[in-house]
Design a protein around this ligand. Structure first.
Ligand SMILES: *Cc1c(COP(=O)(O)O)cnc(C)c1O
Length: 801
């Protein structure tokens, strides 16, 4: 049905009539989208079935990637691209007077994640399939993904997200493969032939019903599966209050928790985590059992990866299955479990480290709690042998201490591999944050620098740049992004530079149009597009960016000789609904936008845009149009960042601290092709350990800082009296935890270098092209190959023709 445009058109019209009982001319755009989506899903099904058959029949090792988030975005465009049928579809639709991009807008983003962590999981799925690696995703089918953000009077307002309102053409419900997950109840132990056995009684059971999504690789026949679990009432609810039971059951997969790098500690969240883990582990084991009599060699054919600590209960859950169902000895079960599980750490922020109070944990998951207790006891005993008498040390490392279950400790102890997500992050884990554990398990720790799929973030998002690159170096890079390095030879070619400029201009015009439609703001398309898009968080320091803009405003007002290249500062960020401070920063950006954009003089040089509801589909419009990438976190706080890589790949230059993957971007492109500023991670850590930073000194000794800080509270923002006091207080009274004022001067100076560099347009374009040339390393294909080789031990499966 996609072999040529005539057969496509015939199938499309027939399918549309079949699905909706109307002729083409009466159909809506949404119906056209759904029709096309259905055709594409069906087109993949034979390869999907064959891939599954292959996995069922052979004994190659497979990986199961467990993640509480998958931030997929839209799937139609990516699927058309990966299947190689986009051109046929575009041509066929054109004949029918349909614009593909227009109907793509009718697909809701699958926003089942908060930010970087969930998006990484989505990029990994794309790479696994493309590399023909046997990899399955397991996640939760949240009824409502991350909230929709509206900006009202400058404030963030959250609305429930409704991605399933019109159905989801990609998913396949598999009610026959539903699995029961048990909560609450009590544990009964008895002696059976000299062995203690445990029964879990009076449980409340929830059905986990799988919804499968096909994950199609780029120009290959491998179609992997992302299995998302939906919570539903069991068929014979044991409960006396059936309505309440049903309500509470469905609540388990109702909402995604909107907290990014922050631990909420709510019992529903723990329920979600065990729901995901238990359903997935039972599923994995039952698939394995179909091929093997015992589970003794599970680790030889199965690798289970836990993306951050949210699925860390996979460790005691596998123990439960091996002990209680398989009747293995503890030692045997533990050996298998530890050879099966691997774990990625995503953050060192202490507020993000999950710790569950025993009083919540134990009643909800009594058997799992018992098993964790046993793991902890045996672990502490081992520590005692290594550090006899050192109670303090052992207490610090224990999995259970002070009434809390520490999930990161459980994940480290119960797995064979612990990795960070950028070199600097992995080093901080080894040398500081998890140093105690590194001493005990030096061989477990390793680094896997994050990556992004160039198929979504370059080929799909930026066809203009894609064509330009292919015209210049051929098309081999599409499958092997390292070959982008060939661009380097051409970086000084005037013709290429001119074409690059034309591409950027075209992309900037597309974004400018969107900004006008969304915000009503007219922006200067020849201005520098300076962009900071990511979750709103104090450590990411959107505030530093804002203070710099306020400084520019003051300087332009005071000094008529001060000249800068016109700039448009673009922001996109959702704040966690309960994160008061982050919401204040959103209001501050919008108040400043109001002030700057309505100033007839200043707005000729400066514009500020806050794009509401930042998400994957919006991101795809933003990265290609960017000139400057803001990656200005407090050094040591951003584990990796992946937005930084998307900008780089689209030819934006980075202004950033030596944090996360920025360090490796710099190693790749050279310091001269970026704008590095600020404290280093060592310097930040030195202050944190020894003290010695007094933000008020910087306020008193730098008149630029004094000016902008005073502006927060002196009526500079009309109608916002008292509004920004908390920001003022955080910077002065509370000691400026994220070193905003400490890095201010260095940041201003780096921004001056940006301004100066942009005047030398030839050089700027060279730098941009050099950035693109080195971006191949940051493809998630490289990252996934490293996971496959070094951690999982999996190999590509035979592709069929
Ligand atoms: C890439 C991405 C992120 C992560 O951005 P960082 O700058 O690395 O924090 C967050 N949200 C969306 C929608 C993304 O595409």
């Amino acid at each position: 049905m996609f072999s040529n445009k005539e057969s496509f058109k015939t199938s499309f019209l027939k399918r549309l009539e079949g699905m909706y009982g109307k002729v083409f001319k009466d159909s809506t755009k949404r119906e056209q989208y759904q029709t096309l989506g259905n055709m594409v899903r069906e087109y993949m099904s034979s390869d999907w079935i064959e891939t599954n058959e292959l996995y069922r029949s052979d004994s190659n090792k497979q990986v199961y990637y467990l993640s509480i988030e998958f931030l997929l975005g839209r799937l139609l465009g990516q699927n058309l691209l990966n299947l190689g049928i986009r051109d046929v579809v575009v041509e066929g639709l054109n004949d029918l007077d349909i614009d593909l991009e227009e109907i793509e807008e009718f697909e809701s983003d699958a926003g089942l994640g908060n930010g970087g962590l969930g998006r990484l999981a989505a990029c990994f799925l794309d790479s696994l399939s493309t590399l023909n690696l046997p990899g399955h995703g397991y996640g939760i089918r949240y009824k409502h993904g991350l909230f929709d953000q509206k900006i009202v009077d400058g404030y963030q307002v959250e609305l429930p997200e409704q991605w399933l309102r019109h159905g989801n053409v990609w998913e396949v419900r598999k009610p026959d493969e539903a699995i029961e997950v048990s909560f609450w109840g009590n544990i009964e132990s008895r002696n059976e032939n000299g062995r203690l056995v445990f029964n879990h009684n009076a449980t409340e059971k929830i059905m986990a019903v799988p919804y499968d999504l096909p994950v199609v690789g780029y120009e290959t026949t491998t179609v992997n599966t992302l299995r998302l679990w939906n919570a539903e009432a069991a068929h014979n609810p044991p409960h006396h209050d059936v309505l309440r039971y049903k309500r509470e059951t469905e609540a388990v997969t109702e909402f995604l928790y909107p907290d990014d790098t922050h631990d909420e500690g709510k019992i529903l969240r723990l329920k979600q985590q065990y729901f995901l883990v238990s359903a997935s582990l039972q599923d994995i084991v039952s698939n394995y059992r179909k091929k093997n009599h015992t589970l003794k060699n599970l680790h030889k054919e199965v690798a289970i990866h836990i993306n951050d600590t949210h699925p860390a209960l996979a460790i005691p859950e596998l123990m439960r299955i091996l002990l209680d169902e398989e009747r293995m000895s503890w030692d045997e079960a533990w050996t298998i479990t530890r050879q099966t599980m691997s774990y990625t750490n995503h953050t060192i922020l202490s507020e993000a480290l999950e710790k569950w109070p025993i009083h919540l944990f134990q009643p909800l998951l009594p058997r799992i709690y018992m098993i964790i207790e046993e793991i902890n006891e045996r672990f502490c005993k081992k520590l005692w042998e290594k550090y006899p008498g050192n109670w303090n040390h052992i207490e610090n490392m224990a999995i259970i201490a002070h009434g809390l279950v520490k999930m990161a400790h459980l994940a480290i102890v119960g797995s064979y591999s612990v990795n960070g997500v950028a070199k600097i992050h992995s080093d901080i884990l080894k040398n500081r944050e998890m140093r105690n554990f590194y001493e005990v398990y030096p061989d477990k720790f390793n680094n896997k620098t994050n990556g992004i799929t160039h198929r979504r973030w370059l080929i799909k998002a930026n066809p203009q740049l894609t064509n330009l690159i292919s015209e210049t170096i051929g098309t081999d890079w599409l499958k092997d992004p390292y070959q982008l390095i060939d661009l380097k030879r051409h970086a000084y070619d005037p013709a290429l530079k001119e074409k690059f400029d034309k591409m950027k201009q075209e992309r900037k015009a597309i974004l400018a149009k969107r900004i006008f439609e969304q915000n009503g703001t007219i922006i200067d398309e020849s201005s520098i597009f300076d962009v900071q898009v990511k979750r709103m968080h104090a450590y990411k320091r959107q505030l530093l960016n804002v203070l710099h803009i306020m400084y520019l405003y003051n300087r332009l007002k005071e000094d008529s000789n001060f000249k800068i290249h016109p700039r448009t500062f673009i922001f996109g960020a959702k704040a966690s609904p309960g994160y008061y401070y982050a919401k204040k920063i959103i209001k501050l950006i919008n108040s400043l936008a109001e002030k700057v954009n309505n100033d007839s003089e200043i707005s000729k040089v400066l514009k500020i845009v806050f794009l509401e509801n930042y998400r994957v589909s919006l991101a795809e419009l933003i990265f290609p149009a960017s000139d400057v990438s803001e990656q200005i976190s407090t050094a040591s706080k951003e584990a990796s960042g992946t937005g930084n890589m998307k900008f780089m790949m689209n030819g934006a230059l980075t202004i950033g601290t030596l944090d996360g993957a920025n360090v490796e971007i710099m190693e790749a492109v050279g310091r001269e092709n970026m704008f590095i500023f600020g404290l280093t991670a060592e310097e930040v850590q030195c202050y944190e350990e020894k003290g010695g930073y007094y933000s008020s000194d910087y306020y008193h000794h730098d008149s630029r800082i004094r000016g902008v800080i005073d502006n927060l509270v002196n009526g500079f923002f009309p109608d916002a009296f008292g509004e920004f006091d908390p920001i003022y207080d955080s910077l002065l009274g509370e000691g400026d935890q994220y070193f905003v004022l400490r890095d201010f001067s260095s940041y201003v100076e780096a921004q001056e270098r940006v301004d100066k560099a942009y005047y030398d347009r030839e050089k700027w374009r060279e730098k941009a092209l050099i950035n693109i040339a080195h971006s191949g390393y940051f493809s998630s294909d490289r990252t996934i190959k490293e996971y496959a080789d070094d951690i999982w031990g999996i190999e590509p499966v035979g592709i069929r023709i």
